[in-house]
Design a protein around this ligand. Structure first.
Ligand code: PGA
Length: 250
């Protein structure tokens, strides 16, 4: 049985005070959630939010990480710095990193391997653009992203990986994949895991959906057989919208 995993990606929003305020509302309102819950504030608020959520079941996530352990990498954040700030999960390969900042599968894979070696969990984001969908290459693109993203990741580290399927055309646009369309892709991802690892690995893999998840569509999405949670952007920025998502009726 896969436990649903609901993650909020705050992106480049919220000052330290705003982050603490939202985190404390979530601690109060989500203490009894039956699901795994994670929030990923901006780097500058990680330490402060870590203090606020200490002792609660909410996990602290980071939105990105350097591909090297330390050194002359101006502007980058190392895995040890994340651990030091209380982070236990890092989001890698988000489409905004891929498409706005040119991150390629090889770099994302390097980050994933490093994060795992440091004991961090990884949410590996994959997803096709609208052009790729219209060209009929969705399955090929997503398969490649999963295969390349997981290159060199051993079976024993798989339980520390979550895959987030986020069709790029559905992110921040208000357009959601239909639950059926999303489920088709989640199934494709599960079969990639089966080919790379094993049937058991495929059936245990947590695969989140992301892209305009809202309180009014979460239930239908989560009802699909292969969808095991959500990576939420816009709707994670307010307790009024994140709490109902994080407590959806199964
Ligand atoms: P959205 O973002 O919920 O605002 O579409 C999702 C994401 O980018 O992870």
């Amino acid at each position: 049985m896969r436990m649903s995993f609901i993650a909020g990606n705050w992106k480049m929003h919220k000052t330290m005070e705003e982050s603490k305020e939202l985190a404390s509302q979530l601690v109060q309102r989500l203490s009894g959630s039956p699901y795994r819950i994670m929030i990923a504030p901006p780097f500058t608020a990680l330490g402060a939010v870590s203090e606020v959520i200490k002792g609660s079941s909410i996990l602290l996530g980071a939105q990105n990480m350097a591909s090297s352990e330390s050194g002359a990498h101006t502007g980058e954040i190392s895995p040890d710095m994340l651990l030091d700030s209380g982070v236990s999960v890092v989001i890698l390969g988000h489409s905004e990193r891929r498409h706005t900042y040119g991150e390629r599968d090889e770099l994302i894979n390097k980050k994933a391997i490093l994060a795992l070696s440091k004991g961090l969990e990884v949410i590996l984001c994959v997803g096709e653009t609208l052009d790729q969908r219209e060209a009929g290459t969705t399955e090929k693109v997503v398969t490649e992203q999963v295969e390349k993203g997981l290159k060199g990741v051993g079976m024993s580290d798989l339980s520390k990986i979550t895959i987030a399927y986020e069709p790029v055309w559905a992110i921040g646009t208000g357009k959601t994949a239909t639950p059926e369309d999303a489920d088709v892709m989640h199934k494709v991802i599960r079969s990639v895991i089966q080919n790379l690892y094993s049937e058991a690995a495929a059936s245990n893999m947590i695969i989140q959906y992301g892209g305009s998840v809202k309180p009014d569509n979460v239930k239908a999405l989560m009802a699909m057989e292969n969808i095991d949670g959500a990576l939420v952007g816009g709707a994670s920025l307010k307790a009024e919208t994140f709490v109902p998502i994080a407590e959806y009726d199964a």
